[in-house]
Write a protein that binds this ligand. Structure first.
Ligand code: NDP
Length: 253
């Protein structure tokens, strides 16, 4: 899918929410979606980073973005309902969600894993996605053709020692994707899929593999074709798939 060539107006008139939009892959996805015509709702926990992405979109002359500062670790149901009400008031509908924000947590044997870190990772990587979907599915149903894209990992398909809560959370992400894809298939215009980015040059990757030379890795820009494909109407008939942004790379994260 790295060779998918998106038309420049692929996402024209679409409203797309990106979580973790201030850094790494989420930042690049937000910029890329805006460059292809989308109005992007930038959700993240560090307002300053979101403002920088907002300014970059604005300076490039792309559709004006919106900023939603929200810590997914502490956000409660009413915060998600408030977000849904704001999006409804401003835009009337939502065409896509990229669930990208995640915490790596600790890389420790499960027998010694700190319970509070386990909770923290599950809250950000799983519960927040569940609550966001519940709040926003009614708005996605207002769109002509909507897409929910989750972010998985190779350790969400085959667990490996020491990946701890992160691995457990990515298995849960795969399950949530499959459940929603199956449940919504016959009743709605919403398709639901997941992307495994593969090893990508970001802070999370550097934290997980401190000794690795980042120059050997693909950048977030390199993997954007799949992010565009699944968010645009060319993937209208794809549902319930977990796809690799770097299909030829052997699993490492
Ligand atoms: P980064 O750590 O670079 O970026 C993660 C983003 O998520 C940041 O913007 C961060 O915000 C945000 N975030 C983290 N916690 C919260 C929170 N509590 N509330 C709101 N936002 C939060 O990660 P990557 O870009 O590398 O990863 C993006 C996705 O890709 C993740 O789902 C990851 O699991 C997945 N992935 C990445 C791989 C890689 O090699 N990079 C490989 C396989 C999967 P802030 O900027 O404020 O810290």
């Amino acid at each position: 899918m790295l060779d998918y060539q998106a038309p420049n107006d692929l996402l024209k008139d679409k409203v797309i929410l990106v979580t973790g939009a201030g850094d790494g892959i989420g930042k690049e996805a937000a910029l890329t979606y805006a460059a292809h015509g989308a109005t992007v709702v930038l959700l993240g926990r560090t307002t300053k980073k979101l403002e920088q992405v907002y300014d970059q979109i604005d300076n490039s002359g792309h559709p004006q973005a919106a900023i939603v500062p929200l810590n997914l670790e502490t956000a409660a149901e009413h915060d998600y309902m408030e977000l849904a009400n704001t999006i409804k008031k401003e835009f009337g509908r939502l065409d896509g969600i990229l669930h990208n924000a995640s915490l790596l947590g600790a890389r420790t044997p499960l027998a010694n894993f700190e319970p509070s870190t386990f909770d923290q990772v599950m809250k950000v990587n799983v519960t927040a996605q569940f609550l966001l979907n519940q709040a926003l599915i009614p708005l996605l149903q207002e769109a002509p053709s909507a897409s929910i894209v989750f972010t998985t990992s190779s350790v969400g398909r085959k667990a490996r020692a020491y990946w701890g809560a992160y691995s457990v959370s990515k298995f849960a992400t795969e399950a949530m994707m499959q459940l929603l894809a199956d449940e919504l298939e016959s009743i709605s215009n919403i398709r639901v899929n997941a992307i495994n980015p593969g090893a990508t040059r970001t802070s999370m990757r550097a934290f997980a593999y401190p000794a690795e030379d980042p120059n050997t890795l693909k950048t977030p820009t390199d993997i954007m074709p799949l992010y565009l494909y699944l968010m645009g109407n060319d993937s209208k008939d794809i549902n319930g798939q977990s796809l690799d942004a770097q299909p030829n790379r052997s699993p490492s994260a």
